[in-house]
Design a protein around this ligand. Sequence first.
Ligand code: GSH
Length: 232
Amino acid sequence: MAISKDRKTGHIAGLNQRVFPMARYTLHGMFASGPTYKVGLMLRLTKTPFDYEHVDLRSGAHKADAFLAKNRYGQVPVLEDDEKDMCLCQSSVILDYLADETGQFGGKDRAERLRAREWQLWGAGQLTTGIYRTRALKLGFFNFNEQVAEANLNAATGALRELNGLLEGRDWLVGAAPTIADIDIYGIAAYSGEAVIDLAAYPHLRRWMGRVEALPGYKGIADCLPKETVAA
Ligand SMILES: N[C@@H](CCC(=O)N[C@@H](CS)C(=O)NCC(=O)O)C(=O)O
């Protein structure tokens, strides 16, 4: 069901509802999607109201023309900003955008923002491949042969070990306060449980995850995203 908002009347076509004031943002996503979770978590932590549009990947809604017009890659998540008439994809870029728009979690200066971007790109490598794919295998979303499954798991544990080491003696990944780097990397590491990866060997990582989970507005992977299309 596609949400279409009429700002003048307050009518939301996809939901057949009238809403005032209308949320500036619509998050298009799928509740089991890790990258969608990252964006949902950012919106929750910044206390930003958003409408949510469920994209049914099983029926191929993400490859339909209407969705491809929002994201040429045909993937969730997409963040639609009515105020700026802007559609953005790629979860890390969306976090970067929301940091500017909300004035939160962007780091204290340009140097911190660039360090945060470094972390986001690091996270998009072995950590993402390893954890998301191992989780997908455990949940039966995908099937990999034994060698590939082992390579995925090794990628995950290697990246988690590195992350744990880099967190020693630090509260946050960048500077003295949480940034989009923490939200992004947490949004990947949070799926370790579903990937059946034991974090016992990574004490610094576990303490850091606890700090993210204690932030006001935090929601976990089970209850951050709606399962259906809803207005804010
Ligand atoms: N790099 C993208 C990855 C997005 C992604 O992989 N989305 C998946 C769902 S978790 C998807 O839409 N898959 C459907 C497809 O690729 O056809 C991001 O961080 O937003």
